[in-house]
Ligand binder design. Structure first.
Ligand code: FAD
Length: 403
């Protein structure tokens, strides 16, 4: 088998890999991107409900979960939302800004894949799909005077390169060829990998609560959800969706990043009200509880809730202690999810390659020269709202400027 030589090999033709390839290609580097999937950037195509929420109006380190909260600052400071929006405009891709500054494609997420592939083409990048990587060899460990640092063996070729970039993403959506390859490479080179779990993921309920959710499947409510963590309390105010297996919707996806298996969620089903005061007022007016609740909830939900929790028929005859219990049930509804819906339904992977082993300026391994990790494979997880793609762009550019 002939040995092919490239300045840069990037494994993973997703958001981060393609962005990094174009950045390095424009600098005159010869770049080869390898991916085992039949199509590039499959996750972009299905993201944001098919419209890809590709960045956010404001992106700061506070929008990310990472064991080292400072790690993301340098890359984010050097590649900002305006930079990606400018690229999108230059390619004539129509976009729209939705609630609270989320940028989406106006037509289809595929427009962004086309943008990235065009950029790679203009930058002279080679892209090879359906390439199964067999092994990565450390050439300098074998011969310190070697010009190339790594050899990547696929089933069909051997490629030597000066810089190797791992952009293989996380574990979610294995049907789109997600794999743990990046974590295995980190371990091969003695780098720490932090425990991983599904993030931005629906939660699964069991028993009576599951039946309750199934009855309401498709219904959405504006709620506030709180979890207690060792480090404090986290609350999210957003829409929660009932599904045939439990809870989903933005509030639940966001809180799932903090929920620990076995712990409770506390849900306020009427977060806009001082509920006890309102119920006392209603009692004094001899009002009808269900009719009153129907102002805030869909009738179907009020009915299901009344069956689930046995609402008092006549508020006027309800003792004040009972009223307080009723207010607690609605404003501090404690539920214990059975589990998350797992990587098959998760948007991201929490944890991953420990950033303590990575340069925050270049994404290069501090231990293993010329080996870079970018995108979701790192222990960097964005909140819902375009932050994960923004991290893919920013970390890719940080590496692409130096490889
Ligand atoms: C349903 C869904 C919706 C989402 N919506 C949004 C959204 O709207 N906004 C947002 O910011 N984020 C969203 N995300 C998250 C976002 O898609 C990821 O964070 C982002 O794609 C990460 O980019 P990446 O390049 O690091 O990894 P990926 O995009 O996952 O790319 C990794 C690439 O590596 C390849 N690869 C993996 N293993 C190997 C291997 N062994 N050999 C060769 N190649 C390999 C894969 O085939 C893939 O092409 C969503 C995710 C999902 C699943």
């Amino acid at each position: 088998m002939d040995i092919i030589k490239q300045d840069v090999v990037i494994i993973g033709a997703g958001a981060a890999g393609l962005m990094c390839a174009a950045t390095a290609g424009y600098r005159g580097r010869s770049v080869l991107v390898l991916d085992h999937a039949p199509k590039a950037a499959a996750k972009i195509r299905i993201s944001g409900g098919g419209k890809c929420n590709f960045t956010n109006q404001t992106v700061t380190s506070e929008d990310y979960l990472c064991h080292n909260p400072h790690f993301v600052k340098s890359a984010l400071a050097r590649y900002q939302p305006e930079d990606f929006i400018e690229l999108v405009e230059r390619h004539g891709v129509d976009y729209e800004v939705r609630d609270a500054g989320k940028y989406f494609c106006a037509n289809r997420a595929g427009d962004l894949i086309h943008l990235l592939l065009t950029e790679c083409d203009w930058a002279g990048v080679q892209l090879q799909l359906k390439e199964n990587i067999v092994q990565v060899v450390d050439l300098k460990a074998q011969s310190p005077s070697s010009n190339e640092a790594y050899q990547v063996d696929t089933q069909t070729q051997q490629i030597q390169c000066q810089s190797l970039v791992i952009a293989t993403g996380g574990l979610s959506f294995s049907k789109l060829k997600a794999s743990g390859f990046g974590y295995d490479i980190a371990k091969q080179f003695g780098m720490p990998v932090l425990p991983k779990r599904p993030g931005l993921v629906p939660l699964v309920m069991a028993d009576k609560l599951l039946v309750f959710c199934q009855k309401l499947s498709g219904l959405s409510l504006e709620v506030s959800i709180t979890v207690q963590m060792d480090t404090g309390t986290v609350s999210v105010n957003e829409a929660m969706l009932f599904t045939h297996f439990g809870f989903s919707g933005p509030a639940v996806l966001k809180i799932s990043n903090y929920w620990q298996a076995g712990s409770a969620l506390e849900i306020n089903l009427l977060p806009q009200l001082n509920l006890l005061a309102e119920l006392q007022n209603l009692k004094a007016r001899n009002g009808n509880l269900k009719t009153w609740l129907n102002q805030f909830w869909p009738k179907k939900f009020t009915q299901a809730w009344a069956e689930f929790h046995t609402l008092p028929e006549k508020l006027a005859e309800t003792a004040n202690e009972q009223l307080a219990i009723l207010a607690e049930q609605i404003s501090r509804w404690q539920i214990y999810p059975a589990k998350t819906a797992g990587y098959d339904k998760a948007e991201v992977t929490l944890g991953g390659v420990d950033t303590s082993a990575i340069s925050s300026k270049t994404m290069e391994s501090l231990k293993q020269p010329n080996l870079y990790f970018i995108g979701e494979v790192l222990d960097v997880t964005g909140q819902l709202g375009g932050y994960n793609f923004h991290w893919a762009w920013a970390s890719a550019v940080a590496a692409g400027q130096v490889i």
